[in-house]
Design a protein around this ligand. Structure first.
Ligand code: UGA
Length: 435
């Protein structure tokens, strides 16, 4: 099939490359010419495992993938056109649909007469946005006679594992009020063997928020549970294991830690609260989920103070900056909040992250010092604080760290170390919800 993708962010670029790998002929459009030129040369705008190789394969060997800044070419190409642009949260927490509006208008403007197209929103958008997309496509077309339907096909991939996720999705959700559009759209996914949920368009839009909000709720729930564990002597890792083996609950998204970050959960939880309010309903559970998440971030500094007392002139080694491992993404990373507070209290911060240092430099306070590896970060540190659970942290030799630090203190906000081992080596150790 001929497929067009508008936007080459995580969702757009990964989906485009994966669709091309499935055998579709794909054109990806981005309005940033520099980005387009870079992707053509094989320089990816993001770090994502396997993406560079996949783009190289579909672009240069299979020749089924092209990236362009030419809207006319892109829109004329696709029988199905996916809108994959950003929907950042605005000041009030609502999703900002400016990029979606622009994309829909440009699609309308460049849509040829007398050819039917399906315009699909993959970006996470509040329920009802399909009406807005429909109107904006028509607005862009002006007096031209165009033939199209709108559909929704929310994306469920995770950063860091997005190519795997796209090929191994639990389900694909497609929503439209046109059966013809649904038939065509399901053709894009015929390679997959997992279920396709065919539904009305409003439900498709809401499923995405419902899924993200539910996962965020699991995280805030286990973070609250970790508080009870710390007060009663229970171990939250054991509690999560015991709960998670119940098939109705499941083991995933039960890791207590520093709270959820990234470009999705914080924004989507706030957006669902916001549009529920607009719809006349206070989503009470989600208000609490958000509040608990903010508390989890604040708790880090408190734990560090419990060990060190005043933070003035203390040397703090931070291991991990990205909002989660296997990504260089710093959007809404809890590390931003934590490091800003530590510097404000007069501490000096030496940070190491295997991938995100470049992105971190743009969002962290200037005073942050960047180390080249774990060992140079922890050298002479008064405390070692783990903020992201990169695999190399859990595999590092704690004995070697002990030799390098100035004081043997660890605050492990991702429970990557074995508390018994750390204590045996003489560390003062605080994890999350465990001793
Ligand atoms: C999330 C969803 O998992 C995807 O299904 C969805 O497509 C995506 O949002 C999106 O809306 O685009 P992502 O933000 O990439 O994906 O990352 P996750 O792996 O879900 O992690 C989100 C945050 O929750 C991270 O900060 C992570 O550290 C935190 N988390 C996750 C926990 O604190 N505990 C857990 O047990 C799991």
């Amino acid at each position: 099939m001929k497929v067009t993708i508008i936007g080459t962010g995580y969702v757009g670029l990964v989906s485009g490359a994966v669709f091309a790998n499935w055998g579709h002929t794909v054109i990806c459009l981005d309005i940033e010419k520099k980005k387009v030129e870079n992707i053509k040369k094989g320089i990816m705008p993001i770090y994502e495992e396997g993406l560079e190789d996949l783009v190289d394969k579909v672009q240069n060997k299979d020749k089924r993938f092209e990236v362009t800044a030419d809207y006319k070419k892109a829109v004329e190409h696709g029988e199905v056109i996916f809108i994959c642009v950003g929907t950042p949260g605005n000041q009030a927490g609502a999703a900002d649909l400016g990029y979606v509006d622009q994309a829909a208008q440009s699609i309308g403007k460049n849509m040829p007469e007398n050819t039917y197209k399906v315009v699909v929103t993959k970006s996470t958008v509040p329920v009802g946005t399909h009406n807005r997309v429909f109107e904006n496509v028509k607005k862009g077309a002006g007096s031209k006679k165009i033939d199209f339907d709108v559909a929704s096909c929310p994306e469920f991939l995770r950063e860091g594992t997005s190519i795997y996720d796209a090929n191994n999705s639990d389900r694909t959700v497609i929503g439209s009020n046109s059966e013809k559009a649904l038939d065509i759209l399901s053709g894009v996914y015929e390679t997959l063997t997992s279920p396709i949920v065919r539904t009305d368009i409003a439900s498709a839009e809401l499923i995405k928020y419902a899924a993200n909000a539910f996962l965020a709720t699991k995280i805030s729930f286990i973070n609250e549970m970790s508080q009870i564990c710390e007060r009663t002597g229970a171990d939250v890792v054991n509690v999560a294991t015991g709960m998670g083996l119940d098939k109705r609950i499941g083991p995933k998204f039960l890791n207590a830690g520093i709270g959820y970050g990234g470009s999705c959960f914080p924004k989507d939880v706030k957006a669902l609260i916001s549009f529920s309010k607009k719809a006349g309903y206070d989503f009470k559970i989600l208000e609490a989920v958000h509040e608990v998440n903010e508390d989890a971030k604040n708790r880090v500094v408190k734990k560090i103070e419990d060990m060190l007392g005043s933070l003035k002139d203390k040397r703090i080694a931070i291991l991990g900056l990205a909002f989660k491992p296997d990504t260089d993404d710093m959007r809404d990373a809890p590390a931003i909040h934590v490091i800003s507070k530590l510097l404000k209290e007069g501490a000096s911060v030496i940070a190491f992250d295997p991938q995100s240092a470049e992105n971190a430099k743009r969002v962290l306070p200037e005073a942050t010092i960047y180390a080249k590896n774990i060992f140079s970060a922890v050298k002479n540190a008064d405390i070692v604080v783990v903020l992201t659970e990169w695999r190399e942290f859990s595999q590092v030799s704690l004995a070697k760290i002990k030799e390098l630090v100035s004081q043997p203190n660890i605050v492990d906000m991702r429970n990557v170390f074995n508390p018994a081992e750390a204590k045996k080596l003489g560390f003062n150790y605080i994890g999350v919800g465990r001793r």
